[in-house]
Design a protein. Structure first.
Length: 858
């Protein structure tokens, strides 16, 4: 990473406008030190928790009855006892050592983030107000619900709660109104998903208080920020949507674990936690007490049999299969895998389908069926069951709505291998268990038939909390059969998970080899200033059988659109273009060469093709570059202003950046995406994923306090194995950055390239632009096509600002190089236009399409 600690490293020769102002990025230690100095209230809360824990005795044990009665919130103390202060004291006293440790960490990190974003006084207000509302309204709901006989309220009305997290959660959500779109969205979604998971799978009073505090924080934050727009939902990039969906799946996956640990009876999605009783059930004792046939089993025997069928290490592991599969789906969703989306759908559908038998498990093995049930109790059970069902239904809806973000497929060969491995594993394991079971069938209890054994064989692969009370219920008595009974399901799901990971790491057949060969050809033969874009995802690589050459293309509705120039030696261009055209003809595709440079147009004219301008590339010659004279005045002013204000630059690859800088770049990009209702464009316009290529370089603008102000990315231009220039791709600036920051950054990049010996800097193509007329020249006669381009430029300007971008690039006094589209058949132009539109906007949602039309129509 090219960096210097101060600007004294700049060259002594020349004025400041001729020198790249190099700087450095802040280290993680510096960031943590700066963070700690700005969170005095959060540190005070953490220290208060330590002091109150020491005074009340909760530092080394549970809170005493006297402590709870004096300081904890609940119906008994807050309402019946009139102890109003417990609304506040419950926020600053931990209930046990675990809550002390977790509370201190949450105060320093989560509350610290809130204080850092909205300031100390607002953090104090948010912590106190949201915490008090969460506790006060929560205890009132418990009191009111208990008065009318509501199930949850009655069951928790005697709870006395100490919970510092209530105020922390409320303050954190309030602070999101002061954050950029990226972290506002992430924190709100993940926090809400986590709280709802605990509410639905646990039902403890503190979880309800936190949920209320979070809602209060959501509203209070917008009030403190004075901006109601902070309540709205902003659009996300493809990568961020994948991150949010994956995080939501991962958070909700822990629900069964929460239910198992807390053994809640409040929802059928407690997943039969009573199956894992503390006191194991003995098979011999059960046989002696209950008889030998299923028909003779009473309710008590059936309950113990259900518990017995779920005992053992294998059954415990099998019960966590849904959790493991959802975490696996989360991992794959983050990578944009289509298989992961279907896996998440299948698991949640299974949870819904097995909800009925899961409820039977809870009723059969828990303490609910005691003969005292009323109609109201049954109604409560239905309400809680529906509430628990709402979570998987919500996940299914989310996966359906966001389906266009998960399009990455594995090759067919990988799918065939996956199916073969999983199917063979199932057949072998099921067959072994069934055969051994038949041999030892006399030792099953209750007495089993071959048909019973066949059904039980299938049940070995299903988590016990889902089918434990589904007939037939049989238990093996033979040691070998018992080992298989415990193990076959676990082994199968381990194989399934490993095979799934392997499947989701596979790419299209040959893609890796094609990509490596393509880069080799790029380095050797060039490919022009736009050639590196051929390495981007979405392109298919065609290689010549006659010469060392390649063409990157994508097929959309029968139109094969190439990206820029053919990657070959200049003398081979004609042969390569003809060979690729023949390849397209064999596949019944219409070939279109898009964004090609002027030197290739004679080849197309020889073929009888037509061509039209699709934009202007702006190129700066960096050899001998001097930012002098009136034409460079605006750029020089921006560069000098940046130097005067202490701005510095860093030239680095993505892998060389500290994590903090990566987070800043991601936040800046997401804020940019969120501010635009328009869909993201692709094809010749890269995004965050393209920044991570090891051959790409970033030029960053850094403020004196170490904060990132702007970022640009640069694609290499090769010739004869060496980098001879760079092409700009990605440009983003932070809100509130210096006026002229992009001019400062590009000028700094140009000076850096000059020092490194680069020959050319390309500011990339300006779509639908026409180069300005040189003084003294007559403008060309307008044609139908030039009028069309002018019309399209004016129409798309409100949405994408192509004309404004072209004027910005003109500040750098570039040479203008027309880039063209060559096509064989004018009658195919409508289809070609639609295909190119799909290439730039491949995944436009109906909402985005409406926003685009609204913007274009003014």
């Amino acid at each position: 990473m090219a960096e210097h600690t101060t600007r004294t490293d700049m060259k002594a020769s020349g004025p400041p406008g001729d020198v790249e102002p190099k700087g450095r990025l802040r280290s993680t230690g510096e960031l943590l030190g700066s963070f700690a100095r700005r969170i005095p209230f959060s540190i005070a809360v953490a220290l208060t928790l330590v002091v109150t824990a020491a005074v009340t005795g909760t530092m080394f044990g549970l809170a005493s009855e006297a402590t709870l009665e004096a300081w904890a919130a609940g119906v008994i103390t807050t309402f019946d006892g009139g102890q109003w202060w417990t609304v506040f004291t419950a926020l600053v006293i931990p209930q046990d050592p675990f809550q002390l440790v977790f509370g201190v960490i949450a105060a320093l990190l989560l509350l610290g983030v809130a204080e850092r974003r909205m300031g100390t006084w607002r953090a104090i207000v948010a912590f106190a107000v949201t915490g008090a509302i969460g506790v006060a309204l929560g205890t009132w709901l418990q009191w009111f619900g208990a008065e009318v006989g509501e199930w949850w309220a009655t069951g928790t009305s005697a709870d006395l709660t100490l919970d510092p997290l209530t105020g922390v959660v409320g303050a954190l959500i309030a602070s999101t109104s002061f954050m950029g779109a990226l972290w506002r969205r992430r924190i709100r979604l993940v926090t809400l998903a986590a709280i709802l998971t605990f509410v639905l799978y646990d039902g403890d009073s503190s979880n309800a208080y936190r949920l209320i505090a979070a809602v209060a924080g959501y509203l209070l934050g917008a009030l403190l920020a004075g901006d109601a727009s902070k309540l709205s939902v902003r659009r996300s990039s493809h990568a961020e949507t994948r991150t949010l969906v994956a995080a939501t799946i991962a958070v909700t996956a822990v629900g069964p674990v929460v239910a198992l640990v807390n053994r809640s009876e409040l929802t059928p999605f407690a997943f039969g936690s009573y199956l894992f009783a503390e006191d194991p059930v003995s098979l011999d004792e059960l046989v002696a007490r209950c008889g030998d046939t299923a028909a003779s089993l009473g309710d008590d025997c059936l309950r113990e049999l259900a518990i017995l069928t779920s005992q053992g290490f294998g059954m415990l592991l099998l019960s966590f299969v849904p959790v493991a599969l959802l975490l696996l789906a989360s991992w794959g969703l983050h990578r944009g895998r289509r298989f992961a989306r279907w896996l998440g759908i299948v698991v949640n559908v299974a949870i819904l389908l097995f909800a009925r038998t899961s409820l039977d498990v809870t009723v059969t093995t828990g303490d609910l069926d005691d003969g005292t049930w009323t109609v109201f109790d049954l109604g409560e059970l239905v309400v809680w069951a529906l509430a628990a069902l709402a979570l998987p239904i919500g996940i299914l809806v989310m996966l359906f709505v966001t389906r266009r973000h998960f399009r990455i497929r594995s090759p067919r060969r990988a799918y065939r291998r996956f199916v073969a491995v999983v199917a063979a594993t199932f057949v072998v394991l099921a067959g072994v268990y069934f055969v051994v079971g038949l041999v030892t069938i006399e030792e099953f209890w209750p007495s089993a038939t071959p048909a019973d054994l066949a059904v039980d064989t299938l049940k070995r692969f299903v988590p016990p909390h889902l089918l434990a009370v589904v007939d037939p219920i049989v238990v093996p008595g033979h040691d070998l059969t018992s080992v298989l009974w415990q193990g076959v399901g676990v082994v199968f799901w381990i194989v399934f998970i490993v095979a799934s990971v392997h499947l989701m790491t596979r790419t299209e057949v040959g893609a890796g080899a094609d990509a490596a060969h393509l880069r080799e050809l790029l380095r050797r033969n060039g490919g022009g200033t736009l050639g590196f874009m051929s390495t981007w995802p979405g392109n298919v690589i065609w290689t010549s059988s006659e010469v060392e050459a390649a063409v990157a293309y994508r097929v959309i509705n029968g139109i094969a659109i190439t990206l820029s120039d053919p990657i070959c030696r200049d003398e081979d261009a004609g042969r390569v273009i003809r060979e690729f055209t023949a390849f397209c003809d064999r596949n019944s595709w219409v070939p279109v060469f898009y964004s090609v440079h002027p030197q290739y147009l004679p080849v197309f004219e020889e073929l009888g093709w037509q061509h039209m301008s699709v934009g202007e590339e702006t190129v700066v010659r960096t050899t001998g570059l001097e930012l002098t004279g009136k034409p460079w005045q605006k750029v020089r002013q921006a560069l000098n202003r940046g130097v005067k204000e202490g701005m510095t630059t860093v030239w680095a690859s993505w892998s060389e950046l500290p994590r903090a800088t990566v987070a800043e770049i991601t936040a800046i990009s997401e804020e940019w995406v969120a501010e635009k209702e328009m869909p993201e464009m692709g094809f010749t316009l890269g995004g965050m994923e393209e920044l991570k290529d090891p051959d790409v370089r970033l030029m960053l603008a850094v403020a004196p306090d170490g904060r990132l102000q702007a970022v640009t990315s640069w694609l290499p231009v090769y010739r004869d194995g060496a980098v001879i220039g760079w092409t700009i791709d990605f440009m983003r600036r932070a809100d509130g950055s210096m006026n002229g920051i992009m001019e400062f950054l590009i000028a700094s990049a140009a000076l850096h390239m000059k020092d490194e010996g680069a020959e050319v800097l390309s500011l990339s193509g300006a779509p639908l632009a026409t180069k300005p007329v040189v003084a003294g020249e007559q403008p060309p006669e307008p044609t139908a096509m030039s009028r069309l381009l002018e019309f399209l430029g004016r129409t798309l300007e409100p949405a994408y600002g192509f004309t404004s971008l072209f004027r910005f690039k003109a500040k750098f006094n570039p040479d203008y190089v027309t880039i063209s589209m060559a096509y064989p058949d004018p009658l195919a132009l409508p289809a070609i236009g639609l295909a190119i539109g799909r290439a730039y906007l491949p995944e436009v949602s109906p909402k985005e399409a409406v926003a685009l039309v609204r913007t274009l129509s003014g």
